[in-house]
Design a protein around this ligand. Structure first.
Ligand SMILES: [Zn+2]
Length: 211
C-alpha cells in the first residue's frame, strides 16, 4: 500500500479545515466482497468524496472547489493543517439530506450518493443478518433503487451487473436473469453464476461472494 498526498479542504460555510488521505496504490488481497459491489479491503481503504462539517453541519464535496492544498507524509506543515479534522463518510440520513440541499449536480455524483444509500441500507443485512430497518420504509428503499437503475448505463457490462443486482434486490428475479444472460464479458461468469443461483432460490438479499 503506497500512500498518496494528504488533501486539505475548507468548509465552505465556517472555514473549518478537514484532511483526507489518499493512496497511490493498494490491493484487494484478503478483502470481503459482496454481491452489491461493496467490498472491505484492509489494503485498499475507501475515502469519502463528500462529508459533513462537525461545526456547522454543512454537507460539502471534497473536491477542487473546497480544496486548499495538499502535502506528503513527512513534509513540514503549519499548525492549522496539522489540526485539521479527518473528513468522514456521511450517515444514511445525511446522504438523503444531500438531495434536499441539491448537492448532486452531475449524474456521476447522483449515482455515487444513491449507491451509498443502497449499500448503507444493505448493511443491516450484511452485518447483522436480520430484517433491515427499511422494511418499514419500503418506499425509500425501492424509490432509490429504481432511480439508480434509471441512471446506470444499460449498454455497459460493468453497469449491467449492478442493474441486475438491483433488480434481484427488488425481487425481480426474471429481469435479473435476463440481464445476467445479456452480459458477455467472461470476467463476470462466476458472479453471474452466484447471482443466478440466488435468483433460483428467490433470495433477494445481498450476500457475501466466495470465489
Ligand atoms: Zn462548517
Amino acid at each position: 500500500m503506497l500512500p498518496g498526498p494528504n488533501y486539505i479542504y475548507r468548509c465552505p460555510l465556517c472555514d473549518t479545515l478537514y484532511s483526507k488521505y489518499s493512496l497511490m496504490s493498494g490491493n484487494t488481497f484478503g478483502a470481503d466482497f459482496f454481491s452489491d459491489g461493496r467490498y472491505f479491503a484492509r489494503m485498499l481503504p475507501e475515502f469519502p468524496i463528500i462529508t459533513k462539517c462537525f461545526e456547522c453541519t454543512t454537507i460539502f464535496w471534497l473536491d477542487k472547489t473546497n480544496e486548499i492544498g495538499s502535502y506528503y507524509w513527512g513534509e513540514k506543515i503549519n499548525k492549522e493543517w496539522e489540526e485539521a479534522f479527518n473528513a468522514d463518510f456521511l450517515t444514511l440520513n445525511d446522504y438523503f439530506l444531500a438531495f434536499e440541499f441539491h448537492l448532486p449536480r452531475t449524474i456521476k455524483q447522483e449515482i455515487y450518493i444513491r449507491k451509498r444509500i443502497w449499500w448503507k441500507m444493505n448493511d443491516s443485512i450484511r452485518f447483522k443478518e436480520e430484517l433491515p430497518a427499511y422494511e418499514n420504509e419500503n418506499q425509500l428503499w425501492s424509490d432509490n433503487i429504481n432511480k439508480l437503475i434509471s441512471l446506470l448505463n444499460s449498454g455497459d457490462d460493468d453497469e449491467k451487473i449492478i442493474i441486475a443486482e438491483l433488480h434481484r434486490n427488488l425481487g425481480n428475479f426474471d429481469t435479473c436473469k435476463k440481464i445476467l444472460d445479456s452480459i458477455a464479458n467472461p470476467k463476470y461468469d462466476w458472479l453471474k453464476k452466484a447471482m443466478t443461483k440466488a435468483c433460483k432460490s428467490k433470495n433477494k438479499k445481498v450476500f457475501q461472494l466466495k470465489k
